[in-house]
Design a binder for this molecule. Structure first.
Ligand SMILES: [Zn+2]
Length: 178
């Protein structure tokens, strides 16, 4: 599936510490943030990066690959274990090469408890999908500047100035940061 291809493309960039960070996070957060399901219901889970880790690495914050503040648990269909695939639908807005920076708010409030079918039929989700984060290789300089500002504002780090808020922000910047 697409997620596997995307994962393979970025696998070379993964920290060797990622598997242990991932496993500890899912153990501590053993339910999908959208549907509340998990191993207890026979559902597979992913530790999803809120700000995608390969963007963070390339745009100056490699620490966010392993920072639990940048993770949220979402369900994903595994072989023989169907789910609502909230990982691709809410985490990635239906494109594993893109991502939903507003995933936590969407999972806990806007789309909480929504089935895959209900999400796909939702006009607000369809609009978010149209306006999702550009693929990293397609980012314009102003997209990169907005991403860097949002990333460093959301996850402040000593010695890393967030900089000035861009005059105009793309639609994919989370509402809480606007
Ligand atoms: Zn789910």
């Amino acid at each position: 599936m697409a997620g596997t291809i995307a994962a393979q493309q970025h696998e070379a960039e993964r920290s060797p510490q990622w598997p242990s960070v991932r496993d500890a996070f899912v153990k501590n957060n053993p339910q999908c943030a959208v549907c509340g399901k998990g191993p207890a219901q026979g559902i597979g889970l992913q530790a999803h990066h809120i700000f995608p880790f390969h963007y963070c690495i390339r745009l100056g914050r490699p620490d966010l690959e392993l920072d639990p503040r940048n993770l949220v648990t979402l369900c994903e269909t595994e072989s023989g274990k169907p789910s609502d695939d909230h990982h691709v639908l809410i985490g990635h807005l239906d494109d594993f090469e893109s991502s939903n920076l507003d995933v936590v708010s969407d999972a806990h409030t806007r789309f909480h408890g929504y089935s895959a079918e209900k999400i796909r039929n939702d006009a607000a989700w369809q609009q978010k999908k149209q306006q999702r984060l550009p693929h990293i290789e397609a980012m314009r300089p102003e997209d990169q500047a907005a991403f860097v500002w949002a990333m460093n504002t959301r996850y402040p780090k000593a010695g890393v100035p967030a900089g000035k808020k861009p005059a105009s922000l793309p639609d994919w910047i989370p509402a809480a940061l606007r």
